[in-house]
Design a protein. Structure first.
Length: 292
């Protein structure tokens, strides 16, 4: 019998330019087949995928206690879905950050249409690599990170920069793919490694690691929840998309990285079902400075 090994979380080489090209090349297909929200859904029952995606944002926003008029930074904003939802729901001033010029362009066009329909907040988008981001101190009420931290190799220092960007009393709100907390047998390590490589993740880390990094950054962790069972239906939906004849036809004309990406959909189902991977929701607050 092979015993589980308590190894340090493996790091997977990530070419940031490859990540950029992936989103530049495929964001139109994401938008076509998956919608404006490029993230998991939160299922309680028979919701549609779109309803479930909105419910995941609602779960995170509720725990983060986002207030009307907040100034929000959405790191890894995709095609603008979360930013526009936050701006309209809470009348927020939202800045979206993405590494992909194509995504920034799509998000800006979506914002123009939303403004014409009466968007109740403000949105803007910028092209920036979050790995090299140097924030203006105390500039945001909320830093929102919806499934983008997986791409960052140095999460400890990333969360330190998030803490620096927050105003005193501000909130870090994060949803993230995770690996199992604790030792993993070699078979699970191989499975998670295959998924991470296909999904261009620098590493998949544990719930306790995320929580510890936030605390080390000087934040008070208000929520660190494993919500895997609520989000895992996402990958059954993705598998159906991957088996769509139109998608299968289009994938034939893509490169190896895209084909590996699509082939990893059922592996995600396996990893969630076995417990090798999990999904975490985190909320952490920056202490209010005490003045004398």
């Amino acid at each position: 019998m092979i015993e589980p090994t308590a190894t340090v979380t493996p790091q997977f080489p990530v070419d940031i330019d490859r990540v950029r090209k992936h989103y530049d090349r495929l964001s139109f297909l994401y938008r076509m087949f998956w919608g404006e929200h490029l993230h998991h859904g939160y299922w309680n029952g028979g919701e549609t995928a779109e309803q479930a995606q909105i419910q995941l944002m609602e779960q995170l926003a509720q725990r983060a206690e986002i207030t009307r008029g907040a100034k929000v930074l959405d790191i890894g904003c995709g095609v603008g879905g979360s930013a526009l939802w936050l701006a309209d729901r809470f009348e927020c001033d939202v800045t979206g950050m993405t590494i992909s010029p194509v995504q920034a362009g799509m998000a800006t066009k979506a914002a123009t249409k939303a403004k014409a329909r009466g968007l109740r907040g403000k949105v803007s988008f910028e092209v920036k690599d979050a790995n090299r981001w140097q924030p203006q101190p105390a500039s945001f009420d909320v830093v929102w990170v919806m499934e983008s931290s997986e791409h960052f190799p140095d999460k400890k220092h990333f969360f330190e920069r998030c803490a620096a960007a927050l105003k005193p009393g501000g909130t870090l709100a994060v949803c993230a793919w995770l690996r199992r907390d604790g030792p993993m047998p070699p078979s699970e390590q191989e499975l998670v490694g295959t998924i991470a490589e296909a999904m261009m993740s620098a590493s998949l880390d544990s719930l306790s690691s995320y929580r510890d990094w936030m605390r080390e950054a000087g934040l008070i962790v208000a929520a660190a929840e494993d919500i895997t069972r609520h989000v895992e239906p996402t990958w059954a939906h993705c598998a159906r998309i991957g088996s769509n004849p139109a998608v299968k036809f289009l994938v034939r004309f893509t490169g190896g990285p895209t084909r590996r990406f699509v082939k990893a959909f059922p592996l995600m189902q396996e990893a969630y079902a076995s417990g090798a991977m999990a999904f975490g929701l985190f909320v952490a607050r920056k202490p209010v400075a005490i003045t004398r």
